[in-house]
Design a protein. Sequence first.
Length: 245
Amino acid sequence: MKPVLDIRDLGIAFGGLKAVDQVSFQAQRHKITTVIGPNGAGKSTLFNLISGALKPHHGQVLIDGVDMTGAAPERTKAAGLSRSFQITSLFPELTVAENLRLAAQVLEPTGRAFLPVGRSTRALAKTGQMLERFQLAHKRDDLAGNLSHGDQRRLEIAVCLASEPKILLLDEPTQGMSHGDTAETARLVRSLTDDVTILLIEHDIGLVMDLSDHVVVMHQGRKLAEGPPDLVRADPAVQAAYFGH
Ligand code: ADP
Ligand code: MG
């Protein structure tokens, strides 16, 4: 099947540092592809190159077969890409429901996008759906800034999903979460593959093994290995560079 995301020979350098160097891989539709690697390996930079936050010096990014290399974040978003950040990007002074409704506003037909938020029906329906699915209905009127860390991170995923993207980029969605919150988030992420293709950055190796269909290992900007989670974990080069310390 045609990959929904096709990364070809991607690279960028900051001064002399090759943060991402000759990285190629593909993400298959409705699968979870996880990027792992030690701190500073280039994972977040890779996401920035894919989303258009940074322009690559080399290589290509294809979304659904369309060349989106160097396209601005608005354009990759319009092409169906949505990303969460390592640091939360919610509006803390807005309620849970308002954060969702703002994100879902893009579903309104052109020309209706700027109607008063309360009157936009598709966005409103999507907001209700997301509140249910993410078990946030009872917190719909809470300010996002007042939610627990776990609830904020889950709301952020819901916000990313509210625009009905094809591809969801999640950068360490369980970072700083309790054990229970991590497990619940993992279940949630797994349930999303019916709707989207997921590209995930995750540190918790147990979670990586459980969740991933395909794993890409990065080390010092380069792709060290890729494959099914168990094979990648057994790879001697991966053992040495990543699990060995
Ligand atoms: P990871 O997410 O795998 O921890 P990053 O992609 O954040 O790694 O960083 C990869 C390398 O690139 C690191 O050495 C980091 O210091 C460097 N880097 C990242 N962003 C920038 C930037 N905007 N300017 C300069 N160096 C950067
Ligand atoms: Mg990072």
